[in-house]
Design a protein around this ligand. Structure first.
Ligand SMILES: C[S@@+](CC[C@H](N)C(=O)[O-])C[C@H]1O[C@@H](n2cnc3c(N)ncnc32)[C@H](O)[C@@H]1O
Length: 262
């Protein structure tokens, strides 16, 4: 680790610790609903969104701002296309854990995709300040309050011991650079412990659906997942995302391997 990385990590650790000491939640702060009509969407994008609306019976913009609604359609389409390409159905009716959910802005897409019995989003940095004088937990509670059986939990997932039928992990940290880019200390980077916990929490017929930035990160994550006792059931590289991305999203599907590692 370079000196620069050490210094930045120490600086971010100071702010994370302070936010944990001083953080408080004043109640849910939902987003104001937006509109996808004004300005109108480009025709091809509008057609893809219409297809998702019909297929999943959703209209995200009724409860989310425009940008968040668009991003939810993008995430829903990614999961739907990944399932099709992997030759499986999206798991339905399970107890779902989402690992590292940030403000849990994509909880509506998870709900639409998986119709979970329960949905819990876990985030280690719950009190990050957001625009408008609110914090991440307040925003997350705002999203969760609009969905049935949905909770936001401030916790390091590596310490959570609860059974899940489905674990989702969108862009888990597996290398140093993204941790610092998210203004977090490097102590947060413990992918071996995180994946071991996912493995231990998964029901015997449970699944992990993971999404990584690009094939390089997906390969790094896959090596750690295999070491943790997870068995890969397939990869899908998104060729044509609904919204432009710097690197293709790589979705992978995992089930518990034969050997319980902990
Ligand atoms: C790259 S961000 C992805 C956020 C979100 N999943 C998304 O797709 O927008 C990774 C997130 O995971 C959180 N995180 C990292 N390690 C964690 C852990 N052990 N337990 C819970 N959250 C964690 C970080 O604070 C950050 O919000």
């Amino acid at each position: 680790m370079s000196l620069g990385e050490r210094l930045r990590s120490a600086y971010f650790a100071f702010w994370l610790d302070l936010s944990e000491r001083l953080g408080r939640v004043r109640g849910p702060r939902p987003e104001a609903p937006g509109s996808l009509e004004d300005p109108p969407l480009e025709a091809a994008l509008a057609a893809r969104i219409d297809a998702l609306r019909r297929r999943f019976g959703v209209r995200f913009e009724c409860s989310l701002g425009r940008e968040t609604a668009l991003q939810n359609y993008a995430r829903l389409e990614l999961l739907d296309r990944a399932a099709g390409a992997l030759g499986t159905a999206l798991p339905q009716g399970r107890d779902v854990h989402d690992v590292g959910c940030a403000s849990f802005w994509y909880a509506p897409a998870l709900h639409a995709a998986f119709r979970p019995r329960s949905l819990r989003g876990f985030e280690v940095e719950g009190y990050r300040r957001l625009q408008g004088g609110i914090n991440r937990a307040e925003r997350a509670l705002g999203y969760a309050a609009q969905l049935p059986a949905t909770e936001f939990v401030i916790a390091d997932y590596a310490t959570v011991r609860e059974c899940a039928g489905l674990v989702t992990a969108f862009f888990p940290f597996v290398t140093r650079a993204p941790v610092l880019a998210w203004r977090l200390p490097l102590r947060v980077l413990a992918p071996e412990a995180l994946f071991a916990c996912v493995r231990a929490n998964l029901a015997p017929d449970g699944e992990l659906w993971m999404v990584n930035h690009g094939e390089g990160e997906a390969e790094t994550a896959a090596l750690i997942a295999v070491s943790a006792g997870l068995r890969c059931r397939g990869f899908y590289v998104e060729p044509d995302p609904l919204l432009a991305r710097p690197e293709p999203a790589v979705v992978s599907r995992w089930s518990p391997g034969d050997v319980q590692v902990r």
